[in-house]
Structures are given as C-alpha cells and as structure tokens.
Write a protein that binds this ligand. Structure first.
Ligand SMILES: [Zn+2]
Length: 321
C-alpha cells in the first residue's frame, strides 16, 4: 500500500474492538480504517484473513489518555517496522505536541526522516498551534522543509488554521475528526478520518445530535418533514429515532461515507451542502429554545474559494521515493 491509495478518502477511525463491525461498512464505500490502540497488529491480520482489502492505518494513540507521552519521547522504529511488515503505510507513534513545543516537533520530524518510507508523521497538535498566525506560518514552513507526509490529529482545530495547514506542500491527513474531516478532504487534505463515536449523525444538519433531540425537532417542524427520513441500510427509509446504540453508530458511518461519495471532494459542493444545513439550522432554531449557532457550518459556507494548490500525485511522487 502506498500513500496514493489513501488519496481523497474519508476513513473511519475506531478502537480495535469496533473493527469487525466497521470493516464491512467502510468496504462498501471504498473507505478505509484507522485502527486506534497500542496493539493493532493482530486485528490487522484478522481483517486480512477475512479478506478485508481496504486501506488500514494504525494509530498508536500515545498522544492521548492518562498515560500520554510528549512529542519529545521521539518515535519507535519497531512500531513503524511492524506496519511495514503488514504492508501498510506506517503512521508514526508520536506523542502529544504542546503549543510551541518546537524541540518536540523537530524530534518527531528528525526521527521520522531516519525511518523507512512509506511513512506519515503523526502530529497531535494542541489547539494553540492554530491560534497564532506567525506560529502557524513557521509550522507550515517547517513541514514543507521536512518534506514528509503528516497527519494532524483532533477535532478542535480553528477551522481557518486547518485550512492554512492544508496549504502545506506535503500531503496532510486529518485524523480523529468529525464531519469537518470531509470538509478538509474537499479542501486539499490528502485524506481524513471520522473519529466521533457518539451521537446520531443527522445529514440535514451536518452534525451529531441525540436521537431524543431529533425526535423533538421532528415533532415541531412539520414543514421540514422531508429532511429526516434516512435511506441508509440501517434505517431503510425511516426517521432514525428508534435505533439501538449499535444502529446509531452504523447509521452515522453510512450517512457520512455516503455524503463523501456524493460530494466527490468538490469544495463548492461541500460549501453548498454546509449552506443548505445552515438553512435547516435556522428553521430548527425558530422552534427549539437555545438552539446553538452552527458556527463551523457558517464558517465553511462563507469560506472564499481558497488558494490551495489541489495536490496531485505528480507533485508528491518524488517525496515518496
Ligand atoms: Zn440511517
């Protein structure tokens, strides 16, 4: 597997215990898996035995949780080697990058430069990296000079900062995100991964909500009735308010991956879709008290067509060796 096999894909990130239920869903949409956990290799072999052929990445997740390590801990060569033995593009087992931790960033990039390719440097960037323009500019310059594909992690990006990182000349993946991962793929990210595990994805609202909240909306907005029935394999035309927890999760994957298929990484189609969802949010806000403003959707919808060089395989090929 080469990095090019991930291009424009919206992947699904999940813990190992969910892999069996997620694999058939991602296979249906030519999507792929990002398996998260310190010991994913048995699961990868298991999926291959089941003839799962789609792309798989392994995220060690060392940057999160109670035992998270800092970026200054560097990278493990064994972790990368194990992924290569399985025929995977290796995702480095980077630790957490606190805002402004330049020595940590250089440690990760230096260690990665010493490892064999194909390899993607995981960058678990603290939100602070995106907050200050000068720091972000220096970050992008540093990544361009390192000439290594990177994967930024998280769903709390300042969207404008995310868009700027996507202007880097190296491939940028966006992991562990929400539907914004699809926005990123539409705006030049090499690939994105959905990481939200809870809530019901409501396509008309382009976000996750509790089923009970959707049920209340359905009751109060008869004029919007055509927005709620879902034709995914879980719902088969029903309004998704009576699904089991497993059904909610599968519905959410089906609907987001189907949306990715539909938009075909077209930035104008994405922004139009955000605009349509904003309109529904406004209508819902008229009847639901304290309905929160959909700031992220508004931001995407109003985004000027950005000057992002749409990455081409040709541009990346030399760096991938
Ligand atoms: Zn559904």
């Amino acid at each position: 597997m080469f990095l090019d096999g991930l291009r424009h894909r919206l992947l699904v990130q999940c813990p190992l215990e969910r892999a069996d239920s997620v694999a058939p869903i991602v296979a249906r949409y030519q999507s792929g898996l990002v398996l998260t956990g310190p010991k994913p290799f048995k699961t990868v072999r298991h999926l291959r035995r089941l003839d799962h052929r789609g792309p798989i990445l392994c995220d060690a997740g060392r940057y999160t949780g109670r035992h998270r390590v800092p970026a200054s801990a560097g990278l493990s060569a064994d972790w990368t080697a194990e992924q290569h033995e399985l025929g995977l593009v290796a995702l480095t087992d980077s630790g957490y990058l606190a805002a402004g931790d330049w020595p940590g960033l250089h440690r990760l990039l230096d260690d990665a430069a010493d490892q064999p390719q194909p390899l993607v440097v995981t960058l678990p960037l603290a939100p602070g990296w995106f907050a200050e323009r000068a720091q972000l500019t220096r970050l992008i310059t540093t990544l361009n000079e390192a000439r290594l594909p990177v994967a930024i992690v998280g769903d709390t990006f300042v969207a404008s900062g995310l868009i700027r990182v996507l202007t880097a000349s190296v491939p940028v993946l966006v992991l562990r995100s929400d539907i914004g991962a699809l926005g990123a793929v539409c705006h030049g990210a090499h690939a994105g991964a959905l990481g939200v595990m809870s809530g019901l994805f409501v396509p008309a609202l382009m976000g996750h909500h509790r089923p009970s909240v959707l049920a209340r909306i359905v009751d109060r907005t008869p004029a919007l009735a055509h927005n709620w029935p879902c034709r995914c394999p879980e719902c088969t035309g029903a309004v998704p308010i009576h699904l089991t927890p497993g059904g909610i999760y599968r519905h959410s994957l089906h609907t987001q991956l189907a949306l990715a298929d539909q938009l075909r990484h077209d930035p104008a189609a994405w922004r139009e879709r955000c605009g349509a969802a904003l309109h529904v949010h406004r209508k819902v806000g008229e009847v639901m008290p304290n309905w929160p403003a959909a700031d992220a959707l508004r931001w995407w919808h109003e985004l000027e067509p950005p000057e992002i060089p749409r990455q081409t395989a040709g541009e990346h090929a030399p760096r991938l060796g």
